[in-house]
Ligand binder design. Structure first.
Ligand SMILES: [Fe+2]
Length: 156
């Protein structure tokens, strides 16, 4: 079986709306492993007013997750930590402070928008992230109705 990578998941317990317990987290890792996933990039939310868990807490829970996975026999999985950065002031603050956590050694970060972001804000945030030296990967782009509407307007 070809090795797979999961680059967007919420496996770390107690940090966002993903896995709510260590047991659920372990079950999800078992499922990913059974599907041939051997690289897992954990991307807990960072979103103002909703998911503000600090990088420090996330890192602590991430280390515990890796320890549990190792004990459960998943020593062959490579784990990485990044965040799912919502386009808001917390992201701008992280860019300013230099605390953004990219995927491994790359400059890639996961960037999330909401349906209330106007197109001009989406463009602005993408430009700002690029100018800060990161490459934004747009999370679940299919959800952004404003992009669909803009696309259909271009076609008509
Ligand atoms: Fe997500």
């Amino acid at each position: 079986m070809t090795s797979q990578a999961d680059i967007h998941c919420h496996l770390i317990p107690y940090v966002d709306d993903g896995a709510q317990t260590a047991q659920v987290s372990e079950e999800l890792i078992d499922m990913l492993c059974a599907q041939g996933v051997r690289t897992i990039c954990c991307t807990p939310h960072l979103r103002r007013g909703m998911f503000e868990t600090s990088d420090e807490t996330v890192r602590m829970q991430f280390e515990k997750l890796k320890e549990r996975a190792e004990k459960a026999g998943h020593g062959d999985i490579s784990f990485f930590l990044s965040r799912e950065y919502h386009a808001d002031r917390l992201l701008l603050s992280a860019l300013e402070k230099g605390t953004v956590i990219p995927y491994g050694e790359s400059s890639n970060i996961l960037l999330e928008f909401s349906n209330s972001h106007p197109l001009s804000d989406i463009h602005w945030f993408i430009r700002t992230v690029l100018d800060a030296g990161f490459r934004p990967l747009i999370a679940h782009v299919e959800r952004y109705m404003q992009l669909w509407k803009a696309r259909s307007l271009q076609k008509s």
